[in-house]
Design a protein around this ligand. Structure first.
Ligand SMILES: Cc1cc2nc3c(=O)[nH]c(=O)nc-3n(C[C@H](O)[C@H](O)[C@H](O)COP(=O)(O)O)c2cc1C
Length: 311
């Protein structure tokens, strides 16, 4: 997820039991032309599992970006055909590709021809309710050599409105034999079970439910496998997690950008606080001094009595 699943976040989610973690969407053209922001997004920085998601509209850029992603140590290349944002779709990338499957296939072929790594594909149900073509795109992708498909159970025109329709993903299941991942509105073991049953998928992908909660995918996986003991980090564990997350961000981005990028994560973690000292929280969110922010994190998250389970 853009702006969320950077290296620090993926490292923590992986440590906390996520089965796979995927980079933020990396624009193939910007990566190829050397944009620093994209380079950081594609960076593995020691991640034990490194999946780079590429977006683009031209086979040439996709080829070049695939080589660069491979050079960062990627183990899997994922292709984005699901992003609904106007900025991306007017550039004819992301979910806009679902309006022209022949063109979409030229991009998939370009990546497959360039790498021997497994290539996976993320998509929506279709552009709108009248053009649900995920089953066709998935079947064509499988024939071309794609190893796994993830489907978000909304159309592009729904953006994030309404609810994800997992049952519509079952039409994709009927067309492909490769692993299928269902996505959209999955936040705990219960919704994961329902999504798997409705879609016939093999696995679930969790997005927004991980905000301030990188342990959620691991918890869901453990619950589905019948394991116990995977609880939401409580008290001191949560404090340690938040501090580590913050320090990792400062070390990846440097002080200035690190402080800015960390703010939304800190804000999300604050949702776990039972007490809500507005002033201290505001200072934590606005301070430009890492030492001050860390002191405030410690004072806010220390001695959290809360041991609620998140899922
Ligand atoms: C802020 C934000 C950024 C996202 N960035 C990406 C992205 O870079 N690549 C991608 O495949 N999906 C991206 N998504 C979509 C999510 O992966 C997911 O498909 C969608 O949020 C539905 O799943 P959820 O209900 O579990 O969040 C993004 C979603 C959000 C809200």
């Amino acid at each position: 997820m853009s702006g969320v699943t950077d290296v620090p976040f993926r490292q923590l989610a992986w440590e906390l039991g996520a089965g796979m973690v995927v980079s933020e969407m990396v624009a193939s053209e910007a990566l190829t032309t050397g944009q620093e922001e994209m380079r950081l997004k594609a960076e593995s920085a020691g991640l034990p599992v490194h999946i780079v998601q590429l977006a683009g509209r031209q086979p040439g850029w996709m080829r070049e970006a695939t080589k660069l992603a491979e050079g960062t140590g990627a183990g899997i290349i994922d292709i984005n055909m699901g992003c609904p944002s106007k900025r991306v779709t007017t550039g004819y990338s992301g979910s806009a590709l679902m309006r022209d499957l022949d063109h979409a296939m030229t991009l998939i072929d370009a990546v497959l021809e360039t790498t021997s790594l497994p290539v996976t594909l993320k998509m929506r149900l279709g552009w709108d309710a009248e053009t649900i073509n995920a089953p066709e795109l998935a079947a064509r992708a499988e024939s071309a050599g794609v190893a796994m498909v993830t489907v978000h159970g909304r159309t592009r025109n729904q953006f994030y409105k309404g609810t994800a329709d997992w049952s519509k993903v079952s039409a994709v299941r009927e067309r492909i034999g490769i692993p299928l991942v269902v996505n959209g509105d999955i936040s705990d073991a219960e919704s994961a079970r329902r999504a798997l049953i409705a879609s016939g998928a093999d696995a679930v992908m969790v997005g927004r439910a991980t905000y301030g909660a990188p342990w959620v995918p691991g918890q869901i996986g453990a619950a589905l496998n019948g394991e116990t003991g995977h609880k939401k980090p409580a008290g001191g564990e949560l404090l340690t997690l938040v501090c580590r997350h913050y320090e990792k961000m400062l070390s990846l981005y440097g002080i200035e950008l690190g402080i800015r990028n960390a703010r939304k994560h800190l804000d999300w973690y604050c949702a776990h606080l039972t007490d809500f000292p507005i002033e201290r929280r505001r200072e934590m969110m606005t301070s430009k001094e890492p030492k001050v922010v860390l002191r405030l994190i410690r004072s806010l998250f220390a001695d959290l009595p809360d041991a609620r389970e998140a899922a």
